[in-house]
Design a protein around this ligand. Sequence first.
Ligand SMILES: Cc1cc2nc3c(=O)[nH]c(=O)nc-3n(C[C@H](O)[C@H](O)[C@H](O)COP(=O)(O)OP(=O)(O)OC[C@H]3O[C@@H](n4cnc5c(N)ncnc54)[C@H](O)[C@@H]3O)c2cc1C
Ligand code: SF4
Length: 511
Amino acid sequence: MKPDTLRLILGDQLNRQHSWFKKKDANILYVLMELRQETDYVRHHIQKLTGFFAAMRAFAVELKKQGHHVLYSALDAASNTGILSRNLSDLIDRYQIKRFEYILPDEYRLDKQLREFCQSLNIATAAVESEHFLSSREAVADHFHGKKQFVMESFYRLMRKRYNILMEGTAPRGGHWNYDVENRNRYDGSPSIPAPRLFDNDIVAIKKVLNKMKVRTMGETEDKLLWPINRHQSLDLLSHFVEHGLPYFGTFQDAMTHNEWSLFHSRLSFSLNSKMLHPLEVIQAAVDALERKQHKISLAQVEGFVRQILGWREYMRGVYWALMPEFANMNFFHHMQTLPHFYWDGRTKMNCMHQVIRQSLEKAYAHHIQRLMVTGNFALLAGIHPDEVDAWYLGVYIDAIEWVEITNTRGMSQYADGGIIATKPYVSSANYIHKMSDYCQHCIYDKNKKVGEHACPFNSLYWHFYARHRDKLARHPRVGLMYKTWDRMAESVKNEIISQAKYYLENIEKL
Ligand SMILES: Cc1cc2nc3c(=O)[nH]c(=O)nc-3n(C[C@H](O)[C@H](O)[C@H](O)COP(=O)(O)OP(=O)(O)OC[C@H]3O[C@@H](n4cnc5c(N)ncnc54)[C@H](O)[C@@H]3O)c2cc1C
Ligand code: SF4
């Protein structure tokens, strides 16, 4: 039978539990496509491209096995123009489709493209929910209506109550909403870090296609991909995390250490963002482990983890829809510098930056504090244009999709929104990096020096940042104190620090 309805599945919509797939219908043609417009809108990590394509291919095979009618267009297929709307038009003509349906995309860019495409059609069209998120696109805009700052904590509490997660009636379980005071320790070698659960997915064929099509990528990969590419593997990663990572998740959430790339983190972001896993099942798995008193997991660990998904993840998605498209052009500090070369190859003498960038290029992964307090911190201190910072983060990480990348990068990390998301700019000197890692112990720079030979660049750049943005930050209630400290320094000391920072900024490529 010839299908009369075309249903589009985008690469980050691999949600096997979606109601679309509940029943088989020969009238429906499901379409997945590898698109040049997607491989090229930013320079992606090779593991990100191979990961998404491998997961899409696996999803198409699964749907076919279930008896659905599926058309999969590989990047090098002769009929694939590389442009979503053109491919869709061709298919609609070829199959004489009478109805076009799509799942609401999470990216503004694709949302716009598909809305415009539908307007150009003279057949029936419909957009359906992704059935993935726990709050609507409008939830954050509604919750913070009329407010200048969107404080995540208040949204998180609302979500806890709405989903009755870690609640005792109307009160938070254990009496506190947040257990951060018990969390966020430095890691000093004990307990031992669990070996990360890695997969062995063959990506040789996809790599060949990317090569043949001359797609520009960054980063490195083996012929086997370590990331999960289907629901089965994603569930496996989830149970591995609950057993081995969750017992210490909160305690070492912010810790960084040499040669260990994922510590006690879940590495579930790719499975979540591609929708192979549903956020509620991930949250439930953590809460269940607490209920069963399994693996000696404490409330502080579970609450810390739940907050990331029920709080931060939903919140960032809502912020995205509340503030796009204007958000993508915000540049509160008018930062204009270009991203130094070492973001692309890791060749820098600053050990913290070298470690985090090398790891990102090797694994397409860095955990939150590595992203925020090392690479993000440096970019903000050095005054890099947020467009350049965004492009790097959007390309380099396996989990990078604009709705969650740009809010974290431009908002939380670069403060380019002037403080809608972050309550203060996330900048630090070597102090914080030393407190949370062992990077400084192996660095040519001296963490204790602000000026002179081998002075840590973070130290002078930190004060330079505050000094150059005094007009914007001096009245900020959470950073005003910094200016008191700065003003107490002798003029000669201040001048020396500023000269050191200027020297480093002028010679940034040599750091
Ligand atoms: C500059 C910067 C850029 C970032 N870019 C992305 C991105 O492109 N994609 C992305 O998914 N996350 C991004 N994050 C948030 C966070 O760093 C990653 O979600 C996390 O490191 C993924 O690793 P994990 O799965 O091991 O997370 P865990 O530490 O195990 O946390 C569990 C889950 O919580 C969610 N989560 C945690 N923190 C956040 C957050 N701040 N915002 C949204 N969700 C969160 C993720 O889904 C994550 O999988 C970024 C953070 C920063 C500071
Ligand atoms: S001394 Fe400075 S540059 Fe070196 S690792 Fe520490 S913070 Fe990074």
